[in-house]
Design a protein around this ligand. Sequence first.
Ligand SMILES: [Zn+2]
Ligand SMILES: [Zn+2]
Length: 258
Amino acid sequence: MTPLKTVFFTTLSIALFSCSKSESTTTPTNNNTSPTSTAVPAVYSKIYGAATITNDGTYITIKTKNLPDHKSTYYPTSNALYEAYSGTTFGGFTFNKNPNSIVEQSSTIKIPVNPKLNAAHAATPLGPIGIALNGVVLFNQYAGPANQALTGEIASFDKYYGHPQQSGMYHYHVEPVYLTTVKATKSGLMGFLLDGFPVYGPQEEDGTLVTNSMLDDYHGHTHKTVDFTSGTYHYHFTNEAPYLNGSGFYGTPGTISQ
Ligand SMILES: [Zn+2]
Ligand SMILES: [Zn+2]
C-alpha cells in the first residue's frame, strides 16, 4: 500500500468508527427534548399546592402562596378554612394558640433537579428548609431566635400540626398529618428539602414505623421508593426529635426567596 493510500484508509476508518460510535451513543427515546430537558419531571408535579413549577435543566423553581389547603384555627375567622380548635396536639401537648395568623406569602423555591451528596452538610437555617406537597413550607427542629429546642412551640401546632410564625408564614416542623391521613399515606411522598432530596412520611412502604436508629445523622437513608424506582436518598418524618432533619442537608441546598 502506498503512503497516500494508508492515509486515505486510516482517515476513512476513523470516520467510520466515529460515525458508528456517535450513533450508538445517541439516545433515540425522545426526539423533542434537548440534552438538558426542561420538562418538569412527574414527581415534582405531585407538589399540587404550588402556584407554578418550572425546570431550567439545573433547578426546579417552585412558586407558592404558602396557604394550607386544610382547615386551621390560624386562618382569620372570615376565611372559609377557619376552624376553632382546642384539645391536644402533636406529642399529647394541650393546644395553646400562638398570637399569629396565616398570611399569604409569595415564595420562590429553587431546588437542584439532580440532587447530589455534599460532604459539607450545610446546617439547615431557621425559616423554610423545604416544601410540602400542598405548597406549605417545612421548618427544621429548632425555634428562633437561636436554635432553641422546639418544645415550647409544639403546643401551638394546630389540628394538622402546623402553625404560622410572626409574619404569618404557615409551616410544618413535624409530620403534616393532613398529607399523611387525607391526601396521601403515612409512607407517601411528603415534599422536598431545599437540597432536592425527597421527604417521606413516618412509615416505610411495608408499614414499618421509621425510627431515628434507621436513619443517618441527616435524618435520611437510601432505598427504592414508588416514586424513585432506582432508589434515592430521602428524609423521613419521625415521631421523635429531630422529626425531619438532623445535622444539616445531605446535599447542596438551593434557595428560597420571599
Ligand atoms: Zn414553627
Ligand atoms: Zn426510607
